[in-house]
Write a protein that binds this ligand. Structure first.
Ligand SMILES: Nc1ncnc2c1ncn2[C@@H]1O[C@H](COP(=O)(O)OP(=O)(O)O)[C@@H](O)[C@H]1O
Ligand SMILES: [Mg+2]
Length: 185
């Protein structure tokens, strides 16, 4: 006879880490994420200059069907893309010396609950940016030339996205993580 005390509800994992040995792997992670985005999602991209934030956004937007260049909007602050199913607002707050510049530039209007918002340097806009659904931390791999990505679900929508990404077996074919490097952290 089963003992009800043995029933343990499985909690979805809230964070995963992947090794990204090459630029193609960063692009593939972005492309894979694209499959599971929902309108209005806010994604924070955290990492030093050169960590691969824009590369990941480029992979994501290419998968969405964006054909033109995808660069850090370091001077324009935001770039807008619309493709069939979704709109994307890609921000870069690197040049902010004061978080209030976010409000002075009227950027709060771009968080309209419909566009997917992709934020480079979100910490420089401080408390003014809406809470992220998903945070992606990119960092140099200390053991080589590649990068490492940690994805954290910060809301139910972020969790759905992360769970779906794991359900498909992680990022796309360009990412071939060595055994043990892909999984919950
Ligand atoms: N997984 C990776 N391995 C090695 N190089 C990468 C990887 N991902 C991105 N890069 C390279 O890192 C450089 C900086 O990337 P970029 O996306 O502009 O960084 P950021 O937006 O974080 O400043 C680019 O030359 C890109 O090709
Ligand atoms: Mg960038």
């Amino acid at each position: 006879m089963s003992d009800p005390g043995d029933i343990v509800e499985s909690q979805p994992e809230r964070a995963f880490q992947w090794e990204l040995p090459t630029e193609a792997d960063t692009l593939a992670l972005g492309a894979s994420l694209m499959e599971f985005l929902q309108p209005g999602m806010v994604i924070d991209l955290v990492g030093e200059l050169g960590a691969g934030k824009t590369t990941l956004v480029r992979g994501l937007l290419r998968a969405a069907g964006v054909g033109g260049p995808v660069r850090s909007p370091t001077y324009t602050l935001v770039e807008l893309y619309t493709v069939s199913r979704l709109s994307f607002h890609h921000f870069d707050f690197y040049r902010f010396s004061d978080p209030d510049e976010f409000l002075e530039a009227g950027l709060d209007e771009y968080f309209d609950g419909r566009a997917v918002c992709l934020l480079e340097w979100p910490e420089r806009a401080g408390p003014h940016v809406p809470h992220a659904d998903l945070t992606i931390v990119l960092e140099a791999d200390p053991a080589g030339a590649g990068r490492r990505a940690r994805l954290h679900a910060e809301s139910a929508m972020g969790q759905q996205c992360l769970t779906a990404l794991m359900g498909r077996g992680g990022p796309g074919p360009a990412c071939q993580p060595p055994a043990g490097s892909c999984g919950p952290r």
